[in-house]
Design a protein around this ligand. Structure first.
Ligand SMILES: NC(=O)C1=CN([C@@H]2O[C@H](COP(=O)(O)OP(=O)(O)OC[C@H]3O[C@@H](n4cnc5c(N)ncnc54)[C@H](O)[C@@H]3O)[C@@H](O)[C@H]2O)C=CC1
Ligand SMILES: O=C(O)C(=O)Cc1ccc(O)cc1
Length: 317
């Protein structure tokens, strides 16, 4: 089933037809990269919904049935499901097939991929693009445009595998992403800083505000200011997906959390003792980093960011 043209696949299967899976399906279709897209999902209702909006041509609850005759497999389930999926694919994936995943953690994916024989080419990937929403209706074709996709190739150096890494890279480029290659451990530490801990802080802050809400009923919602609203958007992210991220990136997250707690203690002390310089210095660093991100064009401009009511993006020109 090997496809000689990296930009044209005959039949792709999306395993997990949610936000990311459906966004990839839409993007692949729009760019003419695949002829036919089938979906596999453990939830039959998701398959029915995805078919209704034409994200997939056909749907299967059974992974074995779904991967028949495919030349591209895209795994877009929560990361906790990947080990079992790989065990199944080891038996039933067609020879020479390219597999990519989209998981937010990569060390665990490399472990899961160890069950696969070398006749199957799995290239772990992480598109660093998304929203707080879930499900097939939430996806959109432009999600990956001008966003990074990090590839963390397995420790294989045979030609067939190196070719698969190139194909994966071309695939992401074809749907608008910029590709970077790094090792899985580095990825997991970097993303703990830039994504996992920020989500943990948002979940914790919003949870704490909800507790305080019971002291002053209605006030958290009534007086929620822009900053808090931004946190609530992030805290609205899928609980299954994020449970799996924290269960599977424990070491890196705990390392970064330790550093964060130290910084928080410094701020606590500065506030207690009225240390204006420490506070000013810390807040200035925050502003500079934000400017660097905006200048690099990495600020997301996706719908439903909860900013449309006031029209205020909180952005400086
Ligand atoms: N949401 C985001 O912003 C981003 C998510 N990711 C990664 O993408 C993956 C998917 O996330 P979303 O699309 O947001 O989730 P989602 O909840 O929208 O979709 C996940 C789908 O997988 C299905 N599923 C769960 N277990 C399954 C199994 N064993 N077999 C088949 N289907 C199964 C669910 O029924 C659901 O339809 C996760 O691994 C996440 O870490 C990566 C980048 C961004
Ligand atoms: O919605 C947001 O702010 C995100 O940060 C989306 C996101 C979630 C998980 C990822 O692995 C990558 C991107």
């Amino acid at each position: 089933m090997k496809n000689s043209n990296p930009l044209k696949f005959k039949r792709a299967v999306i395993v997990g037809v949610g936000l990311i899976g459906s966004s990839i399906a839409r993007a692949l279709r729009e760019r003419g990269v695949v002829d036919r897209i089938v979906g596999v999902d453990s939830d039959p209702e998701i398959l029915a919904r995805a078919r209704k909006i034409d994200v997939i041509d056909d749907g299967f609850s059974d992974l074995k049935a779904g991967v028949e005759n495919v030349d591209l497999i895209i795994l877009s389930t929560p990361v906790g499901a990947l080990t079992e999926i790989c065990t199944t694919l080891a038996e039933c994936a067609p020879d020479g097939v390219l597999i990519v995943d989209v998981g937010s953690v990569k060390g665990v994916v490399a472990e899961a991929a160890k069950s696969l024989p070398d006749r199957i080419h799995f290239v772990p990937c992480h598109p660093v693009a998304g929203t707080e929403q879930s499900g097939p209706e939430a996806g959109f074709a432009t999600l990956f445009e001008n966003r990074w996709c990090i590839l963390t190739p397995l420790e294989r150096s045979d030609d067939a595998y190196l070719d698969a890494v190139k194909q994966a890279s071309v695939l992401w480029t074809a749907i608008g992403a910029e590709v970077e290659i790094m090792d899985a451990a580095h990825h997991d530490l970097a993303l703990a800083v830039t994504s996992h801990i920020p989500h943990l802080i948002a979940f914790t802050l919003v949870g704490a505000a909800d507790d305080i809400e019971s002291v002053a009923p209605g006030e958290v919602v009534k007086y929620s200011a822009g900053g808090f609203r931004d946190f609530t958007r992030i805290a609205a992210s899928d609980p299954v997906m994020w449970r799996d991220v924290f269960l599977n990136n424990r070491e890196a997250v705990l390392e970064v959390l330790g550093r964060f707690s130290e910084e928080l203690a410094v701020m606590q002390r500065a506030i207690r003792w009225g240390d204006a310089d420490v506070l000013f210095e810390a807040f200035s660093r925050g502003r500079s980093l934000r400017r660097a991100i905006v200048d690099a064009g990495q600020e997301t401009d996706v719908p439903n960011f909860g900013r449309d009511q006031s029209g205020d993006t909180g952005e400086e020109d």
